[in-house]
Write a protein that binds this ligand. Structure first.
Ligand code: ADP
Ligand code: MG
Length: 261
């Protein structure tokens, strides 16, 4: 049975897509079967996986409107070694269309049930807001991975998101939990970042992942080559960190306490 995770943060530009794409490729490199779901109409995760969003015959939009299954709509990322349920601008319209439909929060959850045995991990790249698309992600998932930069207002933003997760847990999806906070674009030379990182650990304890993703230009360059950073330059510091993070996720998911679930 696949373990399903949303990569979410209501802020834009914090590293959600970079995390989703590189964790997907990192998990594939350590032998996991992975499906990446792009829930952002910008389609950056789709493009970053080497799939042309404009050429897609079917996308997550068709799956949400129940005119296609995931098996029909998913494409293979040959560079990444994982499958992608892609998105493009068409998805922006889905929000409006979904409002009028029944079970509008649960479309993705339903669709994922049919492929649960085909994957070990499903990673959902969320848009930077709490809309119906993100809600479909949160209603489908076992947990949320929150990439964040260690900046001054970061803690405030995270507590908003933690409240959202609690509300979805209480009202819509009893499985949902905060899996962890991932420190990204980290620069240890910046005192403020080190201080915020220490505060995070003091406040959230073991909900802060051990792995830290450094600021590394190779990760930013990779999407223009249609490749995840871990594939484009496996020796870069950013790639090494994401492979380490993939290992941390696998170990976490294979721990005895979790296996009892
Ligand atoms: P989001 O999906 O949250 O909007 P992105 O993953 O698209 O954020 O990242 C925003 C920008 O920061 C992108 O240009 C991306 O290439 C860059 N970026 C993300 N992570 C890193 C990193 N660890 N080092 C350097 N640049 C990064
Ligand atoms: Mg993004």
């Amino acid at each position: 049975m696949a373990r399903i995770f949303c990569i979410a943060n209501q802020k834009g530009g914090v590293g959600k897509t970079t995390t989703t794409v590189n964790l997907a490729a990192g998990l594939a490199l350590v032998g996991q079967r992975v499906l990446l779901v792009d829930l952002d109409p910008q389609g950056n995760a789709t493009m970053g996986s080497g799939i042309q969003k404009r050429d897609l015959p079917l996308t997550v939009y068709d799956v949400l409107l129940e005119s296609a299954t995931i098996q029909e709509a998913a494409q293979r990322s040959t560079s990444g070694g994982y499958d992608v349920l892609g998105a493009n601008r068409e998805l922006a319209g889905a929000e409006v269309e979904l409002v009028a439909l029944e079970r509008r929060n649960e479309r993705l959850r339903q669709a994922l049930k049919a492929v649960a045995d085909d994957y070990d991990f499903v990673l959902i790249d969320c848009p930077p807001s709490l809309n119906l698309l993100t809600l479909n992600g949160l209603c489908s998932a076992h947990g949320v991975i929150v990439p964040m930069q260690c900046e001054y207002f970061a803690l405030e933003g995270v507590s908003d998101l933690v409240n959202t997760i609690k509300q979805v847990h209480a009202n819509l999806n009893r499985d949902l939990e905060l899996i962890g906070l991932l420190r990204v674009m980290f620069d240890p030379r910046i005192t403020l970042q080190v201080n915020v990182s220490d505060q995070l650990k003091a406040h959230f304890g073991d909900k802060v992942f051990n792995t830290v993703i450094p600021r590394n230009v190779r990760l930013a360059e990779a999407p223009s080559y249609g490749q995840p950073g871990v594939v484009w330059d496996p020796t870069s510091r950013g790639a090494i960190a994401f492979i380490e993070f993939a290992r941390e996720m696998v170990e976490r998911e294979m721990s005895p306490a979790l296996a009892a679930r």
